[in-house]
Write a protein that binds this ligand. Structure first.
Ligand code: SPV
Ligand code: MG
Length: 322
């Protein structure tokens, strides 16, 4: 067996540093991570908002850092070839919590972490109310601590500016970015809640350091990609769109079944059971069972297989309505 490679780490660094714009798609659990990998995106954004929403909680550190780690561990296993950047919020505490976070992320083969210059517990950037920023020197210390902790040189630390979100002027935001780049950030994420890209474009014009820029066009999602390409951004993050797609799909399915009283008409509009099994790699387990459980023979009828201590079925044996 060939040794495991973690070429996704190298790839993540090169996509940050490349001249081309690259796109990361959000995922929030193992299933969505696998779907993003199959779709062929350059990388996965493990979104704090989407992971929180999928867990049924708010995006203000209601999910603990270890609960978040557990989710990204499932994501890594489900998408073994794709770079994953974790939205690490504020680092879940001070520089020391950041050090431990980086250590645990590297142990889980995650490719990078994005840290934002707010105070713990943070609030999502788009919710109403004041946003509390960290002192820039304190946040620069967190970036330095993350960089000093990482073992793999390709692990990336992205420093996220929340200055525009909190209402700072351009010169203050630029000053913060400068300090974070100086502290060793591999990239700067400049965030904005405006409905046009004016703020991030103005920032990109002013930014003269050789440190790549990342953006999250959620509120200005209608901007054509060419605008981002021309402005020289390195990475564009589609931060929450699969989570939102799944909400709509689940609400529509519930409404349909409640109103019609049956699942009949729904079946053509939802994934088949065989698609669920395919995404779970059921065939890999069936092959492993044939190899490791000597009593299981290819083509063995399903009934005899159900009588033993076996708990799984070869999906090829299961006849399901699509
Ligand atoms: C997230 O996806 O959790 C983000 C991006 O941090 S945003 O919600 O736009 O702040
Ligand atoms: Mg977030």
């Amino acid at each position: 067996m060939s040794p495991p490679t973690n070429s996704h780490k190298r790839r993540f660094r090169s996509l940050l540093e490349s001249e081309e714009v690259e796109y990361l798609m959000e995922a929030h659990n193992g299933l969505s991570a696998r779907i993003v990998e199959e779709a062929g995106f350059a990388g996965i954004w493990a979104s704090g908002l989407s992971i929180s929403a999928a867990l049924g909680v708010r995006d203000c550190n209601e999910a603990s850092w270890t609960q978040t780690l557990e989710v990204v561990e499932f994501m890594r296993d489900a998408a073994p070839s794709t770079p994953i950047l974790l939205d690490g919020d504020t680092g879940f505490g001070n520089f020391n919590n950041v050090r431990r976070l980086v250590k645990k992320l590297e142990q889980r083969d995650i490719d990078g972490v994005c840290l934002e210059d707010k105070l713990f517990p943070k609030k999502n950037s788009f919710v109403e109310g004041p946003q509390r920023l960290a002192a820039p020197e304190e946040f620069a210390g967190k970036i330095m601590a993350a960089k000093d902790t990482q073992v793999d040189p390709d692990f990336c630390v992205v420093a996220r500016l929340e200055g525009f979100i909190a209402g700072l002027e351009m010169d203050e935001v630029l000053d913060r970015a400068d300090r974070y780049a100086e502290a060793g950030a591999d990239a700067i994420l400049v965030h904005s809640k405006r409905e046009d890209p004016g703020e991030v474009l103005a920032f990109a014009r002013e930014w003269d350091r050789d440190c790549p820029l990342v953006i999250v066009p959620t509120t200005y999602a209608d901007t054509p990609n060419e605008v981002f390409i021309d402005a020289g951004f390195s990475v564009v993050i589609w931060a929450n769109h699969l989570m939102r797609a799944s909400i709509t799909a689940m609400q529509e399915a519930c409404r349909f079944v409640r109103e019609s009283g049956s699942v009949h008409g729904l079946l053509p509009r939802i994934a088949s059971m065989s698609e669920v099994f395919r995404l779970q790699r059921a065939e890999e387990l069936a092959a492993a069972e044939r190899r490791y459980l000597p009593s299981v023979k290819p083509g063995e009828p399903i009934d005899s297989r159900l009588t033993g201590n076996r708990q799984s079925l070869d999906p090829a044996d299961v006849i399901l309505p699509d």
